[in-house]
Design a protein around this ligand. Sequence first.
Ligand SMILES: NC(=O)c1ccc[n+]([C@@H]2O[C@H](COP(=O)([O-])OP(=O)(O)OC[C@H]3O[C@@H](n4cnc5c(N)ncnc54)[C@H](OP(=O)(O)O)[C@@H]3O)[C@@H](O)[C@H]2O)c1
Length: 334
Amino acid sequence: MAAKADQQGSLRWGVVGTGWISSMVVPDLVSCPNVSVELIYSRDITKAQAFASGVSGARATNDYEQLLADPVVDIVYIATPISTHYELALQALSAGKHVLIEKPMAQTASEVEELFRTAGEKNLFLMEGMWTKFNPAFIRMTQEIASGTIGEPRSCRGMFGIPLPEENRSRWDVRLSGSTLLDQGIYPVTLGHVIFGPPDSVHAVGTVRPDGLDLAEHFTLEYSDGRFAQCATSMKEFADLSGAVNGTKGWIELPGPFWSTTSLRIHAGSWQNIIHDPTQVDLPREGNGYIPMLRAVSDAVRAGLVEHPVHSARDTIMVFRTLDQIQQAIGACR
Ligand SMILES: NC(=O)c1ccc[n+]([C@@H]2O[C@H](COP(=O)([O-])OP(=O)(O)OC[C@H]3O[C@@H](n4cnc5c(N)ncnc54)[C@H](OP(=O)(O)O)[C@@H]3O)[C@@H](O)[C@H]2O)c1
């Protein structure tokens, strides 16, 4: 049975990968209560040492097995290219570590199912780092919908198109992180699932490179009674970064980037409010925006949970089944 925390109740993290996302998440991690970052892993020891030198008390290693064997590490945060997630997570779970994996958790639903099966067998916590679902503005949106502010939700929209720089090599390599759907499109798919659940059918059209890397796609998640989630994602052109949820009594705008928005514009109530004067709700970001998720994960592990109710195993698997369907429809390679 894995440790829930040390005797002082502090949860001890190991970090895998020293790229941009680690440089955003680790400062948020160390600002969480009862959390310590103990060990930084990079394939390159000088990078691990340079990263660790900026984190109070952290050691460095370029030996993944050493990280996994370290009794002082309770939980591993995996922040490497997408195609490496499954193997690195499987090894960490097999070594008895709890795991938080950057989004997307893996490449296919079957990989995700296998990871949750392993975590369940070993009674270990496992979650995908879907920070959007822990974001205060996103939570407020779900609360407004649940309380009937916009009536019955009928459709939603999520877009994430940004031309990615050529020097961001792993994004352009189909063997590593390449796939605009997995890297960016997972956010609009998650929005559709949060509002309506898994779709009854999926309609998708995309641009796929000859090697199978999907560069851009638009897709609709379709539900009974005409409800739908309309989504677009691209790594070669802009598709505005906003989102919206539309209902029978009004709508909520999620200003871009919708997956980490810090405000909502609620078009509901009088016609004046609906058309001209929506209610603006501002919910500022904590740190770099990852603190609410990291706090929730740390609390869940300390409480002995094996999955988080806000982003459960079932939620994650269902999103990946939709991603599988989209990839299949557009002919992307996985
Ligand atoms: N939640 C968010 O806001 C957010 C934002 C951006 C990205 N992400 C996600 O974070 C993950 C990493 O994205 P990224 O842009 O940071 O990727 P990246 O820069 O290509 O890689 C991150 C780190 O992984 C390590 N790495 C690179 N290639 C590797 C390989 N073949 N095997 C093992 N490790 C390797 C490298 O660290 P070392 O050289 O130190 O080994 C690299 O710095 C992706 O899943 C991405 O979707 C999330």
